[in-house]
Structure formats: structure tokens, C-alpha cells
Design a protein around this ligand. Sequence first.
Ligand code: DGT
Ligand code: CA
Ligand code: CA
Length: 375
Amino acid sequence: MALGESAVMDRRVIFCVDVDYFYAQCEELRNPALRAVPVVVCMYSARGEGSGAVATCNYIARRYGVRSGMPIYRARRLLRGVEGAAFISARDGFPYYEEKSAQVMAVLRSAADRFEQVSVDEAYLDVTQRVGSDFNRALELALNLKGRVKELTGLTCSVGVGPNKLLAKMAVDMKKPDGLTVVRPEEVREFLWPLPVGRLYGVGVKTEEKLREAGVSTIGDLARLPLERLVHLFGRSLGSYLYDAARGIDHEPVEEAAEVESISRMTTLRENTRDYNLIWPEMEALCEQVMEQVRLEGWMFRTISILLVMEDLTTQTRSHSLETPTNSLEVLKKVVRQLTTSYLREEGRLLVRRIGVKVSGLVRAHHQVSLREFL
Ligand code: DGT
Ligand code: CA
Ligand code: CA
């Protein structure tokens, strides 16, 4: 079809799916008695005795004012005297949260033309072709998908449907838990413009303050500022982002995870730690495993990365690119050792849970090592 790709691209249908109160809902799932009480999932810090922050909480706890990131002692104060209020350590739950996350992602992936996981409990789905750019069919698909996630994983999620990632993301935040919000292309302005400008994705506290000084309080006010003014205030990059975002314009594609452009291996540490002496032997073993595949498949690589999954499931990566491609195990180990030691010297109190080694920037080795020679 001559109009094909570009016509469809202009009428995309994107879902943003976010699991409701994720860690806390997982806790309810494995202990249904918790459904009736406030549940606070805690990240206790290494300092012990109750210090630390709230990772998340269920919606009953939210009615008392408990929020993610709040010190645990404040949550305790808010729930003082509330019968049955449960404080649960996230540390013991991570393997279970990961398992549930993988189950949810598998269901979501199967419903999408293109799929992009953005965090442990959130993903974008491009469903344009599946629904033929039709928002009525998209609504049906979203309801159906929520049902399937519930049925197959036991978890409820919220879905935002929009013509791009920006609007899908803002839509999903409108109604939680178990919400479904659809923003059709013709409704973009009436959806966006009445909202306070701080609600626009990408507008942080500082940007909001600066905008307020410029007389902007709603997204509609922002849309009235000329591009030159925004660029003057915020620079070219943020300025033009704000100009487009206020109009609901966003061309970011839903990015599938890249094709085989890298080779990596990961492992879970025996215990969560920041101790170099515990981490390095595992890193070294990963280097050897990566190298095995590199040599068998006849690659050279230019970029070397380490991946660290922290105890709260956030991920850190550190990379180094070489001048010229190599397939030397010695070089790989040396760089990985440097990246690891310098990472562990950085500030940070979170313990490391999983580690990985990745090589990318792959090119074919000139003289492919024959399998026989290698073995
Ligand atoms: P929601 O989406 O508002 O119903 O509630 P959550 O808990 O699903 O919130 P979300 O989607 O922002 O985060 C997903 C999970 O990530 C959450 O269950 C726990 C973790 N998380 C979120 N914020 C924090 C935080 O400030 N600290 C820590 N340690 N974990 C967090
Ligand atoms: Ca969530
Ligand atoms: Ca989320």
C-alpha cells in the first residue's frame, strides 16, 4: 500500500501498562489475609533498627497518607493504632517480585506488535496494527488484556491508551488502581490543557517553578508560549520538548530490545553485597563465559559493560569503549575489573544482587577461530 507505513505511523495506538502497587500487591497475593489491612513494603537500610524508606504500599495504607520513598518511621506514625497494619521487608520478596514481573511481561508481550519493558512493573505496547489504528478496538483489547493479566498472574494493572508514549503514560496515571484511561487523538487538548503543568511528563520541580515565574500554571498556558521563549528559558533540547509535549506531540517509537548486537552473561550473587572480594570472582567467571561465545561465534568487540542489579531491582551499567576491537580475554578481564572497582568506590548504600558482563560493538574476527582449534 502506497500510504502504508507512514499513514499508520501517524495514527499509532500505544498502551502504557503499569501494575498496581506492585510489591505490595505481590505480598497480598501470597498472603490474601493482607488484602484487608494497610500493607507497607519497606527497604530497611543497613543501619538496622527500623531505619529505611517505604518502597511502596497498598491503597488502604495510602488512605492514611503513606507514600513511596517516605521514611519508615513516618509511615509507622501514620498507621499507629491501625489494627493489623503490616510492615514487610522487600528484601525477602525480590525473587517473588521478579517471578511475577516476568509472568506479567510475558502476557503483555503477547498482546503487542512491538513491546518495550521500562521497569519491573511497567511496559509500553504498540498495538497499532493489531487494532487497525481504531481506538474502539483498542479499548476492547485493553479490557481484554487487563482480564488476561488478572487471570494468568493474579495481579491487577492499570492501562493508559493514547496516540503516543507520552499520552499513554500520562493516561495511565489518571486512574489507579485497576484503571483504564483512553485518550483519543481528537481529545488530546481537552485532556492535557486543564492539567497543572507539573503533571506534564518530564516537568520536574525546578522546571515547574521556572514556568510558574513565567506565568504558566496549566499545560494549556504552556501551549501558549512561543517556541523561541521556551528555548530562551530552557535551552534548545528541553525547550522544544516542552513545546511539543504541551501539544501532545511525541514521536518516540516503542523500542523492542535490540537484536543480537551484544553478548552477555548474568548471575545472581550468593548474597547481596558490595564486597569486591565476593563480586570479582563471579565477574571473572562471567568474562570467561562471554568469551567462550565470542570465540565460538567468531566475534571481536569494542565496548565492554558491567551490569549491576541492585537489591531494589534498579539497574546500573558502566561501560568502556576500546580504540580498536579485540577478542582478548585478558583485555576483557582488565576492563571489567576497572569498571567494577571504580563502581564500588562510588557513593551508594544499596547492595548488589545480580551482576552481568556484556560486550557490544561486535564485528567479525578476520580469522575465525575454528571450533577444533578453540576446543
Ligand atoms: P502504583 O503504580 O502507584 O499503583 O504503585 P507502585 O508501587 O506499583 O508504584 P510504581 O509503579 O511507581 O513502582 C513499582 C515498584 O517499584 C513499587 O511497587 C516498588 C518500587 N518502588 C517505587 N518507588 C520506590 C521507591 O521510592 N523506593 C524503592 N525502594 N522502591 C520503589
Ligand atoms: Ca505500578
Ligand atoms: Ca511503574
